[in-house]
Ligand binder design. Structure first.
Ligand code: COA
Length: 258
Protein backbone atom coordinates (compact mmCIF):
# COMPACT_ATOMS: atom_id res chain seq x y z
CA UNK A 1 0.00 0.00 0.00
CA UNK A 2 2.82 2.42 0.88
CA UNK A 3 6.03 2.63 -1.18
CA UNK A 4 8.26 4.85 0.99
CA UNK A 5 7.25 4.01 4.55
CA UNK A 6 6.77 0.83 6.57
CA UNK A 7 3.98 0.56 9.12
CA UNK A 8 3.37 -1.89 11.90
CA UNK A 9 0.76 -2.05 14.65
CA UNK A 10 1.74 -3.87 17.84
CA UNK A 11 0.08 -3.56 21.26
CA UNK A 12 -1.78 -0.44 20.10
CA UNK A 13 1.50 1.24 19.06
CA UNK A 14 1.66 2.18 15.38
CA UNK A 15 5.23 2.35 14.12
CA UNK A 16 5.87 4.47 11.04
CA UNK A 17 9.33 3.95 9.53
CA UNK A 18 10.48 6.30 6.76
CA UNK A 19 12.02 3.79 4.38
CA UNK A 20 14.46 5.28 1.87
CA UNK A 21 17.71 4.32 3.60
CA UNK A 22 19.81 4.70 0.42
CA UNK A 23 18.79 8.40 0.40
CA UNK A 24 19.05 8.72 4.19
CA UNK A 25 15.23 8.73 4.30
CA UNK A 26 14.99 12.15 2.63
CA UNK A 27 11.42 13.43 2.42
CA UNK A 28 10.19 13.57 -1.17
CA UNK A 29 6.64 14.05 -2.47
CA UNK A 30 6.00 10.29 -2.26
CA UNK A 31 7.04 10.17 1.41
CA UNK A 32 4.68 13.02 2.23
CA UNK A 33 1.82 11.24 0.43
CA UNK A 34 2.53 8.05 2.37
CA UNK A 35 2.89 9.95 5.65
CA UNK A 36 -0.49 11.56 5.08
CA UNK A 37 -1.98 8.15 4.37
CA UNK A 38 -0.51 6.80 7.60
CA UNK A 39 -1.85 9.84 9.47
CA UNK A 40 -5.32 9.14 8.03
CA UNK A 41 -5.00 5.73 9.67
CA UNK A 42 -3.84 7.27 12.96
CA UNK A 43 -6.84 9.59 13.03
CA UNK A 44 -9.42 6.99 11.96
CA UNK A 45 -8.33 3.58 13.27
CA UNK A 46 -9.43 3.04 16.89
CA UNK A 47 -6.95 0.15 17.24
CA UNK A 48 -4.09 2.68 16.99
CA UNK A 49 -3.59 4.11 20.47
CA UNK A 50 -0.21 5.80 20.01
CA UNK A 51 2.45 6.29 17.36
CA UNK A 52 6.21 6.28 16.96
CA UNK A 53 8.05 7.62 13.93
CA UNK A 54 11.57 6.51 13.03
CA UNK A 55 13.88 6.07 10.03
CA UNK A 56 15.09 2.90 8.31
CA UNK A 57 18.73 1.88 8.51
CA UNK A 58 21.43 2.63 11.05
CA UNK A 59 22.49 6.04 9.78
CA UNK A 60 19.58 8.42 9.56
CA UNK A 61 16.23 9.35 10.99
CA UNK A 62 15.62 11.70 8.05
CA UNK A 63 18.42 13.75 6.38
CA UNK A 64 16.02 16.43 5.21
CA UNK A 65 13.70 17.32 2.41
CA UNK A 66 14.76 15.64 -0.83
CA UNK A 67 17.05 18.29 -2.31
CA UNK A 68 16.91 16.66 -5.76
CA UNK A 69 13.26 17.78 -6.11
CA UNK A 70 13.98 21.45 -5.43
CA UNK A 71 15.41 22.61 -8.73
CA UNK A 72 12.38 21.47 -10.73
CA UNK A 73 10.24 24.00 -8.87
CA UNK A 74 9.69 27.74 -9.22
CA UNK A 75 8.99 30.11 -6.33
CA UNK A 76 5.25 29.38 -6.26
CA UNK A 77 5.95 25.63 -6.36
CA UNK A 78 8.44 25.73 -3.50
CA UNK A 79 6.06 27.83 -1.39
CA UNK A 80 3.30 25.29 -2.06
CA UNK A 81 5.71 22.49 -1.02
CA UNK A 82 6.54 24.38 2.18
CA UNK A 83 2.88 24.93 3.06
CA UNK A 84 1.97 21.31 2.28
CA UNK A 85 4.83 20.09 4.48
CA UNK A 86 3.73 22.39 7.28
CA UNK A 87 0.17 21.08 6.98
CA UNK A 88 1.36 17.46 7.26
CA UNK A 89 3.41 18.30 10.33
CA UNK A 90 0.44 20.16 11.90
CA UNK A 91 -1.48 16.88 11.59
CA UNK A 92 1.27 15.18 13.60
CA UNK A 93 1.44 17.98 16.18
CA UNK A 94 -2.34 18.12 16.62
CA UNK A 95 -2.92 14.37 16.68
CA UNK A 96 -5.14 13.47 19.65
CA UNK A 97 -3.03 10.33 20.05
CA UNK A 98 0.57 10.63 21.31
CA UNK A 99 3.21 10.64 18.58
CA UNK A 100 6.90 10.43 19.49
CA UNK A 101 9.98 10.55 17.32
CA UNK A 102 12.69 7.89 17.71
CA UNK A 103 15.71 9.67 16.23
CA UNK A 104 18.20 7.06 15.06
CA UNK A 105 20.91 9.10 13.34
CA UNK A 106 20.81 12.28 11.23
CA UNK A 107 17.75 14.48 11.82
CA UNK A 108 18.60 17.36 9.52
CA UNK A 109 16.46 20.00 7.87
CA UNK A 110 13.02 18.49 7.28
CA UNK A 111 14.09 15.55 9.45
CA UNK A 112 14.68 17.79 12.43
CA UNK A 113 11.38 19.52 11.60
CA UNK A 114 9.56 16.17 11.45
CA UNK A 115 11.01 15.18 14.84
CA UNK A 116 10.05 18.56 16.30
CA UNK A 117 6.44 18.22 15.11
CA UNK A 118 6.11 15.05 17.21
CA UNK A 119 4.91 15.46 20.80
CA UNK A 120 8.37 14.64 22.13
CA UNK A 121 11.58 12.98 21.06
CA UNK A 122 13.87 10.13 22.11
CA UNK A 123 17.34 9.93 20.57
CA UNK A 124 19.87 7.20 19.97
CA UNK A 125 23.41 8.07 21.07
CA UNK A 126 24.42 8.54 17.39
CA UNK A 127 21.66 11.08 16.67
CA UNK A 128 22.62 14.40 15.12
CA UNK A 129 20.30 17.39 14.79
CA UNK A 130 20.54 20.49 12.66
CA UNK A 131 18.89 22.91 10.27
CA UNK A 132 21.50 23.16 7.49
CA UNK A 133 19.25 24.99 5.01
CA UNK A 134 21.40 28.13 4.90
CA UNK A 135 24.10 25.95 3.33
CA UNK A 136 21.69 25.60 0.39
CA UNK A 137 20.69 29.25 0.30
CA UNK A 138 17.39 28.38 1.94
CA UNK A 139 15.62 28.47 5.28
CA UNK A 140 13.65 25.71 6.99
CA UNK A 141 10.22 25.41 5.37
CA UNK A 142 8.34 22.84 7.43
CA UNK A 143 7.95 24.79 10.68
CA UNK A 144 11.58 24.60 11.79
CA UNK A 145 12.07 28.30 12.46
CA UNK A 146 9.06 28.24 14.78
CA UNK A 147 9.39 24.94 16.61
CA UNK A 148 13.15 25.20 17.16
CA UNK A 149 12.62 28.50 18.97
CA UNK A 150 9.75 26.97 20.96
CA UNK A 151 11.78 23.93 22.00
CA UNK A 152 15.28 25.25 22.70
CA UNK A 153 14.83 29.03 23.04
CA UNK A 154 15.54 31.88 20.68
CA UNK A 155 19.29 32.33 21.24
CA UNK A 156 20.21 28.68 20.70
CA UNK A 157 17.79 28.40 17.78
CA UNK A 158 19.18 31.53 16.11
CA UNK A 159 22.71 30.12 16.35
CA UNK A 160 21.72 26.73 14.87
CA UNK A 161 19.64 28.33 12.10
CA UNK A 162 22.36 30.79 11.06
CA UNK A 163 25.45 28.57 11.43
CA UNK A 164 23.87 25.35 10.07
CA UNK A 165 25.85 23.57 12.79
CA UNK A 166 24.82 20.09 13.87
CA UNK A 167 24.44 19.16 17.53
CA UNK A 168 24.93 15.67 18.93
CA UNK A 169 22.47 13.75 21.10
CA UNK A 170 24.06 14.83 24.39
CA UNK A 171 23.77 18.50 23.40
CA UNK A 172 20.20 17.95 22.20
CA UNK A 173 19.42 16.49 25.62
CA UNK A 174 21.02 19.45 27.36
CA UNK A 175 19.03 21.87 25.15
CA UNK A 176 15.76 20.05 25.88
CA UNK A 177 15.31 19.10 22.24
CA UNK A 178 15.08 15.43 23.24
CA UNK A 179 13.78 13.87 26.45
CA UNK A 180 16.01 10.78 26.57
CA UNK A 181 19.20 9.50 24.96
CA UNK A 182 19.66 5.72 24.82
CA UNK A 183 21.91 3.24 23.00
CA UNK A 184 20.63 2.70 19.45
CA UNK A 185 19.50 -0.87 20.15
CA UNK A 186 17.29 0.35 23.01
CA UNK A 187 15.60 3.20 21.12
CA UNK A 188 12.39 1.45 20.03
CA UNK A 189 12.16 -0.38 23.36
CA UNK A 190 12.32 2.92 25.24
CA UNK A 191 9.54 4.34 23.06
CA UNK A 192 7.41 1.24 23.63
CA UNK A 193 7.98 1.56 27.39
CA UNK A 194 6.81 5.20 27.46
CA UNK A 195 3.92 4.76 25.02
CA UNK A 196 2.70 1.62 26.84
CA UNK A 197 2.59 3.66 30.05
CA UNK A 198 0.65 6.47 28.37
CA UNK A 199 -1.76 3.89 26.95
CA UNK A 200 -2.76 2.90 30.50
CA UNK A 201 -4.03 6.47 31.06
CA UNK A 202 -7.44 7.87 30.06
CA UNK A 203 -7.20 8.53 26.28
CA UNK A 204 -9.57 11.49 26.23
CA UNK A 205 -7.62 13.13 29.06
CA UNK A 206 -4.35 12.48 27.19
CA UNK A 207 -5.85 14.08 24.05
CA UNK A 208 -6.94 17.11 26.06
CA UNK A 209 -3.40 17.47 27.50
CA UNK A 210 -2.02 17.55 23.94
CA UNK A 211 -4.58 20.13 22.82
CA UNK A 212 -4.00 22.41 25.82
CA UNK A 213 -0.18 22.20 25.64
CA UNK A 214 -0.27 22.95 21.90
CA UNK A 215 -2.49 26.00 22.58
CA UNK A 216 0.50 27.69 24.29
CA UNK A 217 2.01 28.27 20.86
CA UNK A 218 -1.20 29.05 18.96
CA UNK A 219 -1.89 32.73 19.07
CA UNK A 220 -5.44 32.23 17.83
CA UNK A 221 -6.22 30.44 21.10
CA UNK A 222 -6.29 31.29 24.78
CA UNK A 223 -4.50 28.32 26.35
CA UNK A 224 -6.15 28.81 29.72
CA UNK A 225 -9.58 28.72 28.07
CA UNK A 226 -8.55 25.57 26.16
CA UNK A 227 -7.55 24.07 29.51
CA UNK A 228 -10.93 24.88 31.09
CA UNK A 229 -12.71 23.34 28.10
CA UNK A 230 -10.46 20.25 28.26
CA UNK A 231 -11.03 19.92 31.99
CA UNK A 232 -14.76 19.92 31.28
CA UNK A 233 -14.48 17.46 28.38
CA UNK A 234 -12.37 15.01 30.37
CA UNK A 235 -14.63 15.40 33.43
CA UNK A 236 -17.65 14.48 31.35
CA UNK A 237 -16.40 10.95 30.55
CA UNK A 238 -16.92 7.42 31.82
CA UNK A 239 -13.14 7.25 32.26
CA UNK A 240 -13.21 10.15 34.74
CA UNK A 241 -15.84 8.32 36.80
CA UNK A 242 -13.72 5.14 36.60
CA UNK A 243 -10.51 7.04 37.49
CA UNK A 244 -11.89 8.84 40.53
CA UNK A 245 -13.86 5.79 41.72
CA UNK A 246 -10.85 3.49 41.36
CA UNK A 247 -8.75 5.93 43.40
CA UNK A 248 -11.33 6.02 46.19
CA UNK A 249 -11.66 2.21 46.09
CA UNK A 250 -7.84 1.91 46.22
CA UNK A 251 -7.62 -0.09 42.98
CA UNK A 252 -6.06 0.49 39.58
CA UNK A 253 -8.33 2.23 37.07
CA UNK A 254 -9.21 0.43 33.86
CA UNK A 255 -9.96 2.97 31.14
CA UNK A 256 -12.04 2.36 28.04
CA UNK A 257 -11.52 5.64 26.17
CA UNK A 258 -15.16 6.63 26.72
N1 COA B 1 18.06 15.02 -0.20
C1 COA B 1 18.34 14.17 -1.19
N2 COA B 1 19.27 13.20 -1.09
C2 COA B 1 19.94 13.10 0.07
C3 COA B 1 19.71 13.97 1.14
C4 COA B 1 18.71 14.97 0.98
N3 COA B 1 18.39 15.82 1.95
N4 COA B 1 20.55 13.64 2.14
C5 COA B 1 21.27 12.60 1.71
N5 COA B 1 20.92 12.27 0.45
C6 COA B 1 21.46 11.19 -0.39
C7 COA B 1 22.83 11.54 -0.97
O1 COA B 1 22.69 12.34 -2.12
C8 COA B 1 23.37 10.17 -1.26
O2 COA B 1 22.76 9.67 -2.43
P1 COA B 1 23.66 8.91 -3.56
O3 COA B 1 24.24 7.72 -2.85
O4 COA B 1 22.68 8.55 -4.62
O5 COA B 1 24.70 9.90 -3.99
C9 COA B 1 22.83 9.33 -0.11
O6 COA B 1 21.69 10.04 0.40
C10 COA B 1 23.81 9.13 1.03
O7 COA B 1 24.24 10.41 1.47
P2 COA B 1 25.80 10.87 1.55
O8 COA B 1 25.84 12.36 1.43
O9 COA B 1 26.59 10.08 0.59
O10 COA B 1 26.13 10.39 3.04
P3 COA B 1 27.28 11.00 3.99
O11 COA B 1 27.38 10.05 5.13
O12 COA B 1 28.50 11.31 3.22
O13 COA B 1 26.68 12.39 4.51
C11 COA B 1 24.96 13.87 5.40
C12 COA B 1 25.53 12.43 5.34
C13 COA B 1 23.64 13.79 6.14
C14 COA B 1 25.92 14.79 6.15
C15 COA B 1 24.75 14.39 3.96
O14 COA B 1 24.01 13.42 3.24
C16 COA B 1 24.00 15.70 3.87
O15 COA B 1 24.56 16.73 4.16
N6 COA B 1 22.70 15.64 3.45
C17 COA B 1 21.90 16.82 3.23
C18 COA B 1 21.43 17.40 4.55
C19 COA B 1 20.64 18.66 4.28
O16 COA B 1 21.12 19.67 3.80
N7 COA B 1 19.34 18.60 4.65
C20 COA B 1 18.46 19.72 4.52
C21 COA B 1 17.70 19.64 3.26
S1 COA B 1 16.59 21.03 3.09
Amino acid sequence: MYTTILTNLENGIFQITINRPDKLNALNVAVFADLNGALDEVYSNAAIQSVLITGAGPKAFVAGADISEFNNLDKAGIMHLSKAGQDTFFRIENSPKPIIACVNGFALGGGCELAMSCHFRIAAENAKFGQPEVNLGLIPGYGGTQRLVQLIGKGRAMELLMTANMIDAATALQYGLVNHVVPADQLIGKAFEILSLIQTKAPIAVAQCIEAANAVFDETKNGYAVEVAGFGKSFDTADRIEGTTAFLEKRKAVFTGK
